[in-house]
Design a protein around this ligand. Structure first.
Ligand SMILES: Cc1cc2nc3c(=O)[nH]c(=O)nc-3n(C[C@H](O)[C@H](O)[C@H](O)COP(=O)(O)O)c2cc1C
Length: 383
């Protein structure tokens, strides 16, 4: 077993252990993947100011996200098909998050259902909603999230239609999966993953199968999902969902100042500056570059979060310095899960927490709530 010291180590181990088609599903962006790459690389040009001889003995990364206490300003992002990275993936990730004291967000397109995750955890998690054409299904989904005591609804706005991901097409990743010969041969080199999958009954989209009339097997599911993502989604739908939900509402997928203003008007509690991890509009600006203008425009009226490219505690600190109250990690914990199951998700959180805690101190701050732009080198960050 290799010594794991950073997120890249988890990625390398996940690449070894997760079947190629599911590993590629996570480690890819749309079309040329330019936005996917920019999300990560744009963090590198932002420089921190090194401060010394400041008492850094007692430190805290504790803060709040939408009024809820968190151990650090990091949440687990909604990731579809997490249960294909590792058997029972959503339950394992949710458990790791609750032990660490950070929010876990369950995707609409999860393998383990809302009820299943609730039954296997002890604290409320967050639920991410995709708007489908079948509004009866959406109503029932919202009611199920309420019944499961979910403490925030993350409404994703940037997936009305789907971009193209070349790796998925080449690997035959679709619903149902149409594996290529090379994907099948690759499966045989992942005995640990196969054993896990053989030992679980959770292998379909748990929030959908059995909850929509006529969708009870893989081919009816395929037919249903391809026609369900709703291209007509608009701000009136956001208002309707806000009313039905009645709890904390977070709008995900805002990259433009105009949309950020509309998000404020909608009465949502928070917005997430996000380009879906570079999986939708290829050519969009990286999230960390889009963040400052949005904070400038609406940061006093709504809580601003961000995601995209967070691979270290230093990245978390930079996002926080640029005005994000919190960030979400997607691939950073997905790699941990694929590498080592629940222990891997915990490891990813420990790595990021330690990097955040120590880096904050090197910048002369001992409380995450006092971090602002002044810890950054002027001229090195987007304004
Ligand atoms: C494999 C994968 C699946 C995803 N599925 C969803 C999803 O079901 N719902 C959603 O709102 N976002 C989804 N996202 C986007 C993430 O929530 C998040 O915006 C993104 O992963 C952040 O970028 P990062 O992976 O660089 O941290 C997915 C991302 C990945 C990598």
């Amino acid at each position: 077993m290799p010594v794991i010291t950073n997120i890249e180590d988890l990625r390398v181990l996940a690449e070894k252990r997760v079947p190629r088609m599911f590993y590629d599903y996570a480690d890819c962006g749309s079309w040329t993947e330019s936005t996917y790459r920019a999300n990560e690389s744009d963090f590198q040009s932002i420089k921190l100011r090194q401060r010394v001889a400041i008492n850094m003995e007692h430190r805290s990364t504790r803060t709040q996200l939408v009024g809820q206490d968190v151990a650090m300003p990091v949440a687990l992002a909604p990731v579809g098909s997490t249960g294909m990275q590792h058997a029972d993936g959503e339950i394992l990730a949710a458990r790791a998050a609750e032990k660490f004291g950070v929010p876990f967000t369950l995707s609409t397109m999860s393998i383990c259902s809302i009820e299943d995750v609730a039954a296997n955890t002890t604290r409320p998690f967050w639920f991410q909603l995709y708007v489908m054409r079948d509004r009866g299904f959406i109503e029932r989904l919202i009611a199920r999230a309420q019944a499961a005591n979910c403490s925030a609804l993350v409404l994703t706005l940037d997936l009305q239609i789907l971009a193209q991901r070349n790796k998925d097409l080449k690997n035959g990743l679709s619903v149902p999966v149409k594996p290529t010969l090379s994907s099948l041969l690759n499966l045989m080199t992942k005995p640990r993953w196969c054993l896990g999958m053989a030992g679980t009954r959770r292998r379909q989209f748990g929030n959908i199968v059995g909850h929509v009339s006529g969708v009870d097997d893989v081919s009816s599911l395929s037919e249903w999902t391809t026609r369900q993502f709703d291209p007509t989604l608009n701000w009136a739908d956001v208002e309707w969902i806000k009313k039905r939900w009645g709890g904390k509402l977070i709008l995900k997928g805002i990259q433009d100042v105009e949309d950020a203003r509309l998000a404020v008007n909608s009465g949502a509690d928070a917005l997430i500056v996000s380009n879906h991890g570079g999986r939708q509009l290829d050519g969009a600006e990286s999230s960390i570059r889009a963040l400052p203008a949005i904070v400038d425009a609406v940061g006093k009226q709504i809580e601003v979060h961000m995601d995209g490219g967070i691979r270290s505690g230093q990245d978390v600190l930079k996002a926080r310095a640029l005005g994000a109250q919190g960030v979400y990690i997607g691939r950073s914990y997905i790699y941990g899960l694929g590498a080592m199951g629940e222990a891997g998700v915990t490891k990813s959180l420990e790595i990021i927490h330690k990097e955040l805690d120590i880096t904050m101190a090197f910048c002369g701050r001992t409380d995450i709530n006092t971090v602002d732009k002044s810890i950054l080198l002027t001229g090195s960050y987007p304004t």
